[in-house]
Design a protein around this ligand. Structure first.
Ligand code: OXD
Ligand code: MN
Length: 659
């Protein structure tokens, strides 16, 4: 006798019909045979619906159907009725529950083995290893991505995908990254057996008919194939009704053929393939081929009290407060920040030489813990409706809770992300540190009026940053573009919970792209450097580095209040963008241009802030930092390090040297 299947009844949809197959709670052969018969006839019927797809899309989907053997195919149109059906199906499966305290908000709890991006199982497949990563020296392991050979990948695919969707529906999601029709937008088709992914892609991308219409015009598209890896009959019961296959996770990218194949995880960047997989890894490779930039950057607009507006793009490693900065409520009177995007920027020089950026996403997939009315009031308004929460805590009155929110009112009890009763002081986290909200960007009260502009917004400054408890000043500006590329390459930051890393180690995270490079980092640096030598005109943005996270070495307390007060740093950056001479409001230091004394406005700051300590550049620290960078570049980038970056490293070594 086969294993007992304990799923609730399963629903199968097409664009026009909805089927219900009777509850399959026992393994009797007759039931299985009947189900198979229904599946086969359903499969035939839904294959017929593929004829409505553009030929190349139909070919891709047919290939995926042949390989994955779903019981049906549903072509996603993105209509409100369809979305409602998807949520209803998810609710019935026990994968989400409605949060009655809010309008159209949902809570999902994952299998605790599927809670974050799995960098160790994320690979780029190219003919030669050197196309994907610089070959590390001395037998070291590359920290700049994982290469898989084509033959190993074929084998890995064969071990995973054949029959992986048996008994499940394959959803076909046509989507656009960027506003449909924008000259910077790109298109994708994701097939998936996860209705949770459909619901999330409906928020995070422009999904459905408008994208399909574009595909019908014959535009290129990225082929994205995703499976949870839990075909029926199940070999073991699901945990939290969340199908996944943690032992077999593999997130693979084929940049040459613009393909993504992801298996075994239903969560976040592993499964919402438009985000990290497409908009960063594959797009960075497309960008290199086409002469633009796909970056792990927020985009914000900042307007001064005189009404002058500038846009900046900023790269921070995961969970360094990108969403908070992107939606900042400036503490400086008269200043206004508006949000274009919180995670990814696609940037291209226009005919006038201005760098233009779009946010390719349509929603925010933000880290929940730490988000509050104090740290990010606009995010709190954004997530008040139409939001999917995953792995957060739950209040007894049907709301959400996580660390950083006010203690719930008397009489309200809490359930943690595992679904267990939870009390303050229990020693565990109520919400998983990588728990997320997934909310439509258009709901952000300070969404920029130009956030969907077809040509993108003009970028005046690029900001790099990280969590650096010691030695790195609050802000500095690079000496020039080439030095700025070196500053981006030298980024380091304390590890976070967004991936599977543990502890507070300071990791190298160049350009905040370490987990997201789609090709050899050395070539990526060459590509960045080439922006300066383009034949077409360029007005290069200024490049800055910020560090909100410096600590007082004796007390361990943060030296800078952060959040809305970061507007004071943006004010200096704003001023520097419009400067008439290099030393306006700035003084030269070994690392770059620092704000001159008094140039950061501290008026009205509550509590005393030690600007001297915040802007200090201790030589001894930088001597060590420089040694560390030399070791990193020689071990990790080796011969692929461009001479211009090597020259910048040498110049920094000379500046910090005692001689
Ligand atoms: C994210 C990440 O989810 O960077 O944005 O991990
Ligand atoms: Mn990110």
């Amino acid at each position: 006798m086969g294993p007992t299947i304990t799923s609730t009844s399963r629903f199968y949809f097409t664009t026009s019909t909805m089927y219900s197959i009777p509850k399959m709670s026992c393994p009797f052969l007759g039931v299985i045979r009947r189900k198979e018969a229904v599946n086969i006839s359903f499969r035939l019927r839904s294959l017929a619906s593929l004829h409505s797809l553009p030929a190349e899309v139909a070919d891709f989907v047919k290939g995926a159907v042949d390989e994955c053997k779903p019981s049906g195919v549903h072509i996603v149109t993105g209509t409100p009725e369809e979305t409602a059906n998807i949520y209803a199906g998810l609710e019935k499966e026990g994968m989400v529950k409605k949060l009655p305290k809010y309008e159209n908000c949902w809570l999902a709890r994952t299998d605790p083995k599927d809670v974050a991006r799995v960098e160790s199982k994320t690979v780029i497949v190219t003919k030669n290893q050197g196309d994907t990563i610089p070959i590390p020296t001395g037998g070291a392991k590359s920290q700049l991505g994982s290469w898989m050979s084509e033959s190993d990948w074929e084998k890995a695919r064969q071990e995973r995908f054949p029959g992986c969707m048996t008994g499940r529906t394959m959803y076909v999601i046509p989507f656009s990254m960027g506003p449909v029709g924008s000259s910077l937008a790109k298109y994708g088709v994701q097939v998936t057996d996860s209705p949770y992914v459909v619901a999330s892609m409906g928020i995070m991308t422009r999904m459905g008919t408008p994208a399909l219409n574009k595909l019908s015009e014959g535009v290129e598209f990225v082929r994205c194939q995703h499976s949870l890896g839990r075909p029926f009959p199940l070999k073991a019961p699901l945990v939290n009704a969340w199908p996944c296959n943690p032992d077999k996770v593999l997130i693979s990218h084929l940049p040459d053929t613009r393909q993504i194949l992801s298996y075994g995880s239903g969560y976040g960047g592993n499964s919402l393939l438009g985000k990290k997989c497409f908009a960063l890894r594959i797009a960075s490779r497309i960008a290199k081929d086409e002469g633009w930039l796909a970056e792990h950057m927020l985009i914000l607009g900042i307007t001064n009290p005189e009404g002058v507006k500038r846009y900046v793009a900023a790269a921070f490693p995961s969970a360094c407060g990108k969403t908070n900065l992107a939606m900042m409520k400036p503490a400086l009177p008269g200043w206004k920040v508006e949000c274009v995007g919180d995670d990814i920027a696609w940037m291209k020089f226009d005919a006038q030489g201005k760098l233009r950026a779009i946010n390719p996403e349509n929603g925010f997939f933000g880290v929940a813990p730490g988000t509050s009315y104090k740290t990010n009031p606009y995010a709190m308004s954004t997530i008040a409706k139409n939001t999917v929460f995953t792995n957060v805590g739950e209040t007894s009155d049907g709301g959400i809770w996580w660390e950083g929110l006010d203690t719930p009112a008397d009489g309200i009890t809490l359930t943690d992300w595992h679904g267990k009763t939870w009390k303050h002081g229990s020693g565990t986290a109520c919400a998983h540190p990588n728990s997320r909200f997934c909310a439509p960007a258009a709901q952000c009260p300070i969404i920029d009026p130009q956030w969907e502009s077809e040509e993108g917004v003009p970028i005046d400054a690029i900001i790099f940053g990280g969590r650096r408890p010691q030695g790195v000043p609050l802000v500095y500006e690079s000496f020039n573009w080439q030095h700025g590329v070196f500053v981006g390459a030298s980024m380091r930051s304390e590890a976070t919970a967004a991936a599977e890393h543990q502890g507070k180690v300071i990791m190298h995270d160049p350009f905040a792209m370490r987990p997201f490079f789609g090709y050899n980092f050395g070539n990526y640096l060459t590509h960045w450097l080439s922006m300066e030598t383009r034949k077409a005109p360029t007005h290069l943005p200024k490049i800055f580095h910020v560090n909100w996270f410096r600590k007082d070495p004796s007390s361990g307390a943060f030296l800078w209040p952060g959040f809305g007060e970061n507007a004071r740093v943006l004010e200096w950056i704003f001023k520097r963008c419009g400067r008439e001479s290099d030393d306006e409001a700035a003084k030269k230091s070994i690392v770059g241009w620092l704000p001159e004394d008094g140039a950061i406005n501290t008026q009205g700051l509550s509590g005393s802030v030690d600007m001297g300590a915040l802007l200090d550049v201790p030589k001894h620290f930088w001597q060590n930092e420089t040694k560390e960078l030399r070791a990193y570049f020689s071990q990790q980038v080796g011969a692929d390090l461009p001479a211009k970056v090597e020259a910048e490293l040498k110049a920094l070594e000379d500046r910090v040297s005692d001689n």
